[in-house]
Design a protein around this ligand. Structure first.
Ligand code: DAK
Length: 270
């Protein structure tokens, strides 16, 4: 898809828009919109979110996407009512969570702008994004233990890698909620902003990233994510190959030429 997203479609559980960016490529914006259920992530909502994330990812005129909720909740978790009666086998056959894996495959960065509750699958969805900008009143937690289960969408893995074993153990085994400040200190959150401007701050960050050469941004993201499942040796090799690959882009020639000529580079995204 080039220059087009699914904007013409209407969605039941999300609001979608595009933000122009005088500095570079556009920013995609997805707002979870099930306020009556604190944006609980039901199957239909996740289908919509993943399909629009992929559409923005394919759109050559979009550089970065911001995923947000509302003031009261980013998302209070997977929809408990939808899975309350399910057995293991029904869960396996439904396989409705498989679509979460597709978020991990996105090439362009996604920023979570979190206000209010980011609990369970909500916290995991934010962690599946590449960065988190939080409102000062945001509350993060993995309360699945209180439902007799554990995190199932990466909480035990991503949280542990982000904040370390001791704090992840505490969060997951107590199921308690933690403030934006605590999560910032722990390293989960990139930035805390006033409740009124957290979304603007996330969009500003997205605009800045969207003003960079797009292929370099994508390969940098890929190399960083590689560090999660590789040894330092193979991670360094992977990084080096991506670095070499960028020497085939017009943006690399332009970026280095512009530096030498003491002017601002003009990116083409190729
Ligand atoms: N599911 C369904 N409905 C929810 C919900 C949820 N997670 N959270 C809130 N709601 C609904 C409430 O039922 C209520 O609906 P009505 O009763 O009005 O019909 C409405 O939202 C407002 O909620 P409250 O009345 O409870 O609001 P309060 O301000 O009093 O309390 C709260 C807010 C966030 C503390 C409370 O709602 C709460 O504890 N919510 C549940 C939080 C939770 O336990 N979250 C974890 C769910 S388990 C996986 C992917 C994902 C997952 C697993 C696997 N794979 C990829 C395999 C994720 C699992 C989970 O997230």
């Amino acid at each position: 898809m080039s220059g087009k997203t699914h904007l013409s479609e209407t969605y039941k559980n999300i609001l979608v828009s595009e933000i122009e960016n005088p500095k570079g490529l556009k920013v995609g914006l997805i707002q979870l919109n099930r306020p009556e259920a604190l944006n609980a992530l039901n199957n239909e909502l996740m289908t919509e979110v993943v399909s629009v994330l992929e559409a923005f990812d394919r759109d050559t005129l979009t550089g970065c996407t911001v995923l947000t909720g509302n003031a009261k909740a980013f998302a209070a978790g997977a929809d408990i009512k939808e899975m309350a009666e399910a057995t293991s086998i029904e869960m396996l056959i439904r396989d409705q969570f498989a679509k979460w894996d597709r978020i991990r495959k996105l090439k362009k960065p996604v920023i979570a702008a979190v206000s209010g509750f980011a609990l369970g699958g909500g916290c995991e969805l934010a962690m599946t994004c590449d960065m988190i900008v939080a409102a000062e009143g945001a509350k993060f937690g993995q309360p699945e233990i209180n439902l007799g289960v554990t995190p199932g969408a990466g909480g035990t893995q991503r949280l542990t890698k982000a904040i370390g074993k001791a704090k992840a153990m505490e969060m997951i085994l107590t199921g308690k909620m933690y403030s934006a400040e605590e999560m910032f200190s722990a390293g989960l959150v990139n930035k805390i902003a006033d409740n009124e401007v957290y979304l603007d701050e996330a969009i500003e960050l997205a605009k800045e990233i969207s003003s960079k050469p797009s292929i370099a941004v994508q390969l940098a993201k890929e190399s960083i994510l590689k560090s999660f499942d590789s040894t330092i040796e193979s991670g360094l090799e992977f990084e080096r190959k991506n670095f070499y690959l960028l020497f085939s882009t017009e943006d690399k020639s332009e970026g280095m030429k512009a530096f030498v000529e003491k002017r601002k580079a003009e990116w083409k995204g190729k």
